[in-house]
Design a protein around this ligand. Sequence first.
Ligand code: THU
Length: 169
Amino acid sequence: MLFQPGNKSELSDYWIEEFNLKFSESYPESPNLYNPIHPIPEDPVYELNSLCKQAVTIHSNFPVSALLIINKGSIHGVNVEVEAWSLGLCAERVAISRALAAGINQFERMHVAAPKSEFCSPCGACRQVLNEMMPKSMIYLHHDNRSVSKHFAEHLLPHGFTSGSLKNR
Ligand code: THU
């Protein structure tokens, strides 16, 4: 817990006792902790496989990883499952959400891997979001045996829903 001199409120003593807080004079050194941008990897497959170790797959044991490439780097996503089964997040949408939350909305391409599947294929919800956020960008699906297929995001969801389909009556 960080309590710097002059930073104490009238409740500080209460919180310190309640939670047995320790004092620290400075923030830990970790300049990149809040920066989601990583270098563009030379070998996306190696990077995707390493990234899968961070996937949280308490139900499926099926890790998925995504690398969202922007002009100056790459943003990581993994699938994150939670106790309430249906609330889990997919790797592709985690990567896109991380980028958007950091103010980045220009996406060049995405690499996706699901090393425990023979054929890597984004789910319908991810296809919708990919089609909305980066329709003209290439999605690289990394399959078994290092084979890869490339698809424009818009081709992964033919006749997908757009709000332009709503009739304004
Ligand atoms: N999953 C993804 O992360 N991306 C997809 O496009 C397909 C499915 C995850 C969700 C869940 O954690 C696990 O794979 C099994 O469905």
